[in-house]
Design a protein around this ligand. Structure first.
Ligand code: PMP
Length: 395
């Protein structure tokens, strides 16, 4: 059997539409296929490769750590230099209050940890999240997810969870003194890039303070420079009690974190009740890669050019088939009238060498979230291909 046959025969499938591109190599914004094809990865492996694929400094950090040690012990026991330095670097990007980092493996796991922490710290039973939110695929993170269709088959889910409409100030009334935490994606990603107002975030912060509720912001997709600030919440003048990150954090390696104040995080330390235990959380190789990623984002001033690059894409992607472009920095949704219009355009764009897709809860919009390292020449090339695909599908 060849690679493709093995993929279909022995690997569990997750979608009716696997891309089926056999990738040989990835570098910068490009993926190279086994048949000599070259693709621009306009979605960064779903918001992961913010510093591009295989950034030389990420590779150097990984190689350096490979020569020292791999896994040593469950998270939180040995003093491991990549973890300690990563935690310090992460805290340096955050407001002073967020000074204590819990390293895990993924976005879903970081959400689990953050929710448990909020319940444990406040002693309260209830959680509130938003309609159309995506927070992950484990039972807890699915419970706070905001799409009923995705949840139905897995009930019963976590009790005590209710949902409010993202961006709706009047819904904040339902946050009360029994609410341990409100969990909000600062920018809703899988809903198709929805951005609430500054007034909303300020009202949210105030309501949480009034009711003794922790505000958890999920920055798994919108953090790490993606929106033109290191953290998307910086656009809105508020500070969360817990921030959750993953995806872009590892520069292509698996890692996630939830960050809180040392006093809040302290409740996890108390035996005999387990806090959050993770064997591989903050793996030293991933931590070294993540530290390098933070340094690259800051030293190469990648975040400063996000807005300009997003504006260039918006200027270039003009066509009668495109209804609108919603975005916060380089987190973009290009809206078409339906999935039936969009799907053949995406398929043709891939054949022509540009990889995009749609969103979990929004299938009439094209996802554009390129590496922040993308050059203006590469943007021109990618946008020309998308326009060509539209023209060819709808001549
Ligand atoms: N939160 C958000 C906002 C996400 O976009 C995702 C992943 N798409 C997750 C959480 C879950 O992350 P992971 O797939 O790493 O578990």
């Amino acid at each position: 059997m060849n690679n493709r046959q093995l993929f279909l025969q022995h690997l569990a499938q997750t979608t009716d539409f696997p891309l089926m591109i056999e990738v040989e190599k990835a570098e910068g914004v490009y993926l190279y296929g086994s048949k000599g094809e070259k693709y621009i990865d306009l979605i960064s492996g779903i918001g992961v490769s913010n510093v591009g694929h295989r950034h030389p400094k990420v590779l150097e950090a990984i190689h350096g750590q490979l020569d020292k040690y791999l896994h040593l012990m469950v998270y939180g026991e040995y003093v491991q230099s990549p973890q300690s330095h990563l935690a310090k670097a992460l805290c340096d990007t955050l407001p002073e209050k967020l000074d204590n980092v819990y390293l895990v493996n993924s976005g879903s796991e970081a959400i689990e940890g953050a929710l448990k922490l909020a319940k444990r710290y406040t002693g309260k039973p209830n959680l509130i999240s938003c309609v159309n939110a995506y927070h992950g695929s484990s039972h807890g993170s699915l419970s706070v997810g905001g799409n009923e269709i995705f949840k139905q088959a897995y009930r019963p889910l976590l009790p005590g969870v209710s949902h409010i409409n993202y961006g709706e100030i009047s819904d904040l009334e339902s946050i009360d003194s029994n609410t341990a935490a409100v969990l909000v994606e600062t920018v809703q990603g899988e809903a198709g890039i929805r951005v609430a107002t500054k007034e909303y975030f300020q009202a949210l912060r105030t309501r949480c303070d009034e009711t003794g509720t922790l505000l958890i912001l999920d920055e798994v997709q919108c953090g790490f420079g993606r929106t033109g600030k290191f953290w998307a919440f910086e656009h809105f003048g508020i500070i969360p009690d817990i921030v959750v990150c993953a995806k872009g954090m590892g520069g292509g390696m698996p890692i996630g974190a939830f960050v809180a104040n040392k006093e809040v995080m302290g409740v996890f330390k108390n035996n005999p009740i387990l806090g959050h235990i993770t064997t591989f959380g903050g793996h030293p190789v991933s931590s070294a890669a993540s530290l390098a990623t933070i340094q690259i984002l800051l030293e190469e001033k990648l975040i400063e050019s996000v807005e300009e690059k997003a504006n260039l894409i918006k200027t270039l992607l003009v066509h009668t088939k495109i209804k609108s472009i919603r975005n916060k920095g380089l987190l973009m949704a290009v809206e078409f009238d339906s999935f039936d219009t969009l799907k053949p355009i995406i398929d043709r764009a891939i054949e022509l060498g540009v990889i995009t897709d749609w969103f979990l809860f929004c299938d009439d919009a094209m996802r554009i979230a390129p590496p922040l390292t993308i050059t203006s020449a590469e943007i021109h090339e990618a946008c020309a291909i998308i326009l060509q695909a539209i023209e060819e599908v709808f001549p």
